[in-house]
Design a protein around this ligand. Structure first.
Ligand SMILES: *Cc1c(COP(=O)(O)O)cnc(C)c1O
Length: 357
């Protein structure tokens, strides 16, 4: 196999392709063209093949096939919902926390998710040029507190092996960088990209971690499972992050199936994200109360190693925080009321002597 991988079937990139594959009705094409003028379209061959066009609720189609509901922009929806812009310390380098920063070498992806929080920036301009990338790496080099660099985008795995290799080599040479974390959808949506030559790039001094973006068990095709297995065999620790999406995975049985499938593939569910307020994504949004209730249900019936943390990225760039559910409430000095997985409450008196704090 070459570093470019085997010949791959074409991806869906035009509205006409959606019509030809029966993914939208021909009469819907003009309206969908309007949507794709604002928000990019791309569905890999693997994901297009995994869609059942006869199922109007197909969870993969809902994530990638554009819909006219995206033209409904609510007043609270914004272009930069998590405040990337506020924390950009060099072009393509975002630092919101002291020990880690996000490096976005590209704005391109193999698939464009209809609910993406960076949907305003992905798909158009390709990303950092050589000089900008060098400047971002210089900045990382000059910040000894940066223990971890998170490669995001866009999807860093759209870059060539040569470019990824150069970035990894530069980061690995920076002594204070202990962890290089990839956030990517590619092993799942374009599994042929995970070639032996690519895996060779990951064997570094610094620990390379992968966080896979997966939202429904039906994305875990046979090819996706093979690429995940290749990554684990190469010794790469794997985590997964999932976005809570109305009509796709806002159901305890669906999440249970996804999280169990992931741990069976040696992938630890890391975060379940509450949907960010990106423009035209209201039709995917659940309430925080619904998310908390789903997490409470899972706590009672799903193995602990398959439980992600439910997270909210506070609008404005204030960071990500766990949003419960809460099992412990203060009930007076040194006294707590604790809820068990069945919903019953129990008093817990704090302090090793059993007395008040
Ligand atoms: C999400 C994010 C991170 C990673 O946060 P973790 O809680 O460590 O997963 C880091 N930097 C930025 C700018 C982020 O948006």
């Amino acid at each position: 196999m070459t570093s470019e991988g085997p010949q791959r079937p074409p991806a869906v990139v035009r509205v006409a392709d959606l019509v030809a594959r029966g993914l939208i009705a021909p009469e819907a094409a003009p309206a969908i063209e309007r949507v794709t003028q604002d928000f990019s379209l791309r569905i890999t061959a693997d994901m297009a093949a995994a869609i059942d066009p006869a199922d109007p609720a197909d969870p993969i189609a809902r994530q990638f096939v554009p819909g006219t509901a995206e033209l409904d922009i609510a007043p609270e929806e914004v272009a930069d919902p998590i405040g990337d812009g506020v924390h950009e310390i060099a072009p393509g380098l975002i630092r919101r926390y002291p020990d880690r920063a996000l490096l976005k070498p590209t704005h391109l992806c193999q698939v464009y998710c209809r609910f993406c929080f960076r949907r305003e920036t992905v798909g158009g301009d390709p990303g950092l040029g050589d000089a900008e990338l060098a400047a971002a790496l210089d900045r990382i080099r000059a910040e000894p507190g940066l223990f971890e660099v998170i490669l995001s985008g866009g999807d860093p795995l759209v870059l060539s092996d040569r470019r990824i290799g150069r970035i990894l080599e530069a980061l690995d040479a920076i002594e204070h960088v202990g962890v290089i974390r990839f956030h990517t959808r590619v092993p799942v949506v374009d599994p042929a990209r995970i070639t032996p030559a690519f895996l060779d790039l990951l064997d570094l001094r610094a620990a390379v971690w992968f966080v896979l973006h997966v939202n429904h068990a039906s994305e875990l095709t046979e090819n996706a499972r093979k690429s995940i297995r290749a990554l684990t065999r190469a010794g790469v620790p794997l985590l997964a992050q999932t976005v809570l999406l109305k009509g796709i995975n806002d159901d305890a049985a669906v999440l249970e199936d996804l999280f169990r499938s992931l741990v069976a593939l040696r992938v630890k569910p890391y975060y379940l994200h509450h949907l960010d307020r990106a423009r035209g994504t209201g039709h995917f949004r659940t309430s925080l109360a619904e998310g908390r209730s789903l997490m409470r249900t899972l706590r009672g019936r799903l193995t602990g190693i398959a439980q992600p943390t439910y997270m909210l990225d506070i609008p404005g760039g204030y960071g990500k925080v766990p949003v419960g559910p809460d099992y412990v409430a203060s009930a007076g000095p040194g006294l707590y009321r604790v809820t068990d997985p069945q919903g019953a409450t129990h008093d817990y008196r704090d302090g090793s002597d059993g007395g008040p704090d």
